[in-house]
Design a protein around this ligand. Structure first.
Ligand code: GLC
Ligand code: GLC
Length: 651
């Protein structure tokens, strides 16, 4: 887009660039900057246009981009060019991810490098290493309270270790995902320390208030993220004599994006990790980036403008790098983090599909797919060059964030239904064999979320204790079913380390004073490699789960219809226990796949007539790709075992 004001500003900025910058080979930088400058300028002006130093800040922004571009290694620039040519590369079904803690998985970064073969064996080729930046000793919210954004926590290794791991992963065709915690810093970060010493420049990096007037105004509308362990959204700091906005834990200070210096610093940190070879950056807590008194301070329009600006700037410097939005918000809000327009308002290419995750757990608890079907149907469609991160468990709790209207549409009362789910997953509901714990119980609203390892929530822990082989079978089937869903739904499946081995709750965190208050640690285990070796020992749960998932992953990669190309159709069938959708292949026209899942523990009949009407099973037979069995489909029904699923292709 050519617009005179922006263009003449760009010319003046470029001609002012220092000689040390201009002497570099900047051709691609210039072409990308030219293409994006109108958007960058407009967004920056929307956010900061009122300031006297706007032109100066704009100048700093461009200079920051130029320096980051110059620092980017040639090999990464080559990858950028290749990904520009094949810009939908990440929608392919061949990507399968896993999130892991370097220490929990293998001690440290070096350990991760030594265990890449395990990931290969399973078929993982995208690895999200949970936060590795330097944190203070003591509580650090699992690495999300960063005190140095440009260094690695010494407990996990060094920048050299990361470089070695990155090179090894790249050579093996694996993508590296790292976190950038853009919403807050640790109270031990240098900016916070200087703020406490009275440095006005650093005080402006945070939201600080001399008295309760503004905090009270904010609190009237803001929810609490950790109501039991960190109530309220502000923390009094004696040294400054000020209230600090701390939406998460009291040691996590929210950054003030009304200050353009904060935006530029954080953008530069994004570039820093992009230049260290991250293929994907997970932007943490993006819904919270902008605070407005009187609002819930989530999903504000400016939060989206900031993300658009991050994206536009990153496309100039490192266009091959993707963003993941971690926005665990209502379904209608989540899709906005992809951006609302592919050219003019793009944000993150990938977003956590927390809606699907919670709906799957709902279907397991109720043995009904009423809410699952309603909830999926009501997720608005996303941009084309965008994809979900589909997961069953992650390092966080499970929140029941589906829309109230969907719960009502499914025939339940929202409040009663959410409290049923908490009862169910904490094992308080009579028929439940789940063993989770309530997380972040809010006395005021009665809300609670759930912590617990996948296998324990699926009943494996109770079944193993009782030595009940039927119950063990059933839990293993549940684990397979849930993974079959994220592998076929459309999007990048993200497994959680430990889950492919049926890892149970780990209560050792209770002995660690820095963790004992936060029961999310019960599902962030230290992987036991001796137990992991049992994945080779037939008959063990580790073997059964691992081999089944490894197979499904390998199969997924061979099914082009599982790529995420806006190619899913839901099928409403007259059976409240089934979740049925089909996937087709718009690129090569390879066979459609009908995915049929039974969330009831009893066998169910899949009605065939309505599916035949939609063109399935014309030959009278279907092949279940997942079991490699051919099934006769000329009758009225097909049987699906309790917690079973089918991946059907016409035979
Ligand atoms: C994100 C992380 C979570 C953390 C929070 C605050 O939601 O996933 O673990 O507690 O941000 O950083
Ligand atoms: C984020 C999410 C919330 C999640 C929390 C970590 O704030 O919005 O759902 O549970 O981080 O616990």
């Amino acid at each position: 887009m050519y617009e005179q004001i922006a263009h003449s500003l760009l010319n003046s900025i470029l001609s002012d660039l220092k000689e040390e910058i201009r002497q570099h080979q900047l051709q691609h930088f210039y072409t990308r900057l030219g293409a994006n400058f109108y958007a960058i300028h407009s967004l920056f002006r929307l956010l900061y246009g009122e300031r006297d130093d706007f032109a100066q800040q704009m100048h700093r922004l461009v200079e920051t981009m130029a320096r980051a571009y110059i620092a980017r290694a040639d090999a990464l620039k080559e990858i950028d060019l290749a990904r520009e040519r094949d810009h939908s590369w990440f929608l392919d079904q061949r990507w399968v991810g896993m999130a892991l803690y370097a220490d929990g998985f293998a001690g440290n970064l070096q350990g991760v490098a030594e265990h890449l073969d395990y990931l290969h064996e399973l078929g993982i080729n995208l690895v999200h290493i949970m936060p590795i930046m330097r944190c203070p000793p003591g509580s650090s919210d699992g690495g999300y309270a960063v005190c140095d954004f440009r260094d690695i926590d010494p407990r996990l290794g060094t920048l050299d270790d990361l470089a070695r791991l990155e090179a090894q992963m790249r050579a093996q065709g694996m993508l590296l995902t790292l976190d950038v915690v853009v919403n807050h810093t640790s109270d031990q970060h240098e900016w916070a320390q200087r703020a406490r010493q009275g440095d006005a420049i650093c005080q402006d990096y945070y939201h600080l208030f001399p008295n309760r007037e503004m905090p009270d105004m904010y609190e009237a509308a803001m929810p609490e993220v950790f109501p039991d362990t960190s109530p309220g959204n502000f923390t009094w700091n004696e040294e400054m004599g000020k209230w600090v906005m701390t939406v998460f834990n009291n040691y996590q200070w929210d950054l003030n994006y009304r200050n353009p210096a904060v935006f530029i610093e954080m953008l530069d940190i994004i570039f820093y990790w992009a230049n260290r070879g991250a293929d994907v950056l997970r932007l943490d807590a993006v819904a919270f980036l902008w605070k407005r008194p009187g609002s819930v301070c989530q999903n504000e329009r400016e939060a989206h403008l900031i993300l658009q600006l991050f994206k536009d700037c990153c496309q100039v410097v490192a266009p091959g790098v993707l963003f993941i939005a971690e926005a665990i918000v209502a379904p209608t809000e989540v899709v906005k983090y992809f951006g609302e327009d592919a050219i003019n308002a793009k944000e993150c290419e990938i977003a956590y599909n927390a809606t699907l995750m919670a709906l799957l757990w709902d279907a397991v608890a109720t043995q009904r797919t009423l809410l699952l079907n309603a909830g999926i149907r009501n997720i608005p469609s996303k941009l084309e060059r965008a994809t979900w991160l589909n997961y069953v468990r992650c390092h966080d709790d499970i929140g029941w964030g589906f829309a109230d209207e969907d719960i009502i549409q499914a025939g339940y009362d929202p409040r009663a239904h959410r409290s049923f789910l908490v009862d169910y997953y904490t094992g308080h509901f009579p028929a439940s064999n789940a063993r989770g714990q309530a997380f972040a119980f809010n006395k005021r609203t009665g809300d609670a979320r759930i912590s617990g390892a996948l296998a324990s929530l699926a009943g494996l822990e109770v079944a193993l204790e009782a030595n009940d082989s039927a119950a063990i079978d059933s839990a293993i089937r549940t684990i397979q079913l849930l993974h079959a869903m994220i592998l076929s739904f459309g999007g990048i499946p993200l497994l959680f380390y430990g889950d492919a081995l049926g890892t149970l709750n780990d209560c050792s965190y209770l002995e660690d004073a820095d963790k004992s208050m936060d029961n999310r640690w019960m599902h962030r285990p230290r992987l036991d490699w001796e137990r992991a070796a049992r994945r080779r020992q037939a008959g063990t749960p580790e073997f059964r789960i691992f081999t089944a998932l490894r197979r499904l992953i390998a199969l997924r990669k061979e099914i082009p219809a599982f790529a995420d190309l806006n190619n899913r159709e839901l099928h409403a069938l007259d059976n409240p226990a089934l979740f049925v959708f089909s996937r087709f292949d718009p690129r090569h026209g390879s066979p459609r796949i009908l995915v049929a899942a039974n969330f009831s523990l009893e066998a169910q009949a899949l009605p065939l007539a309505p599916l035949r009407q939609q063109g399935f099973f014309r030959s009278g037979n279907a092949r279940d790709v997942s079991s490699e069995e051919t099934l006769r489909c000329d009758g009225d029904y097909l049987n699906i075992a309790g917690h079973g699923f089918l991946w059907l292709r016409d035979a």
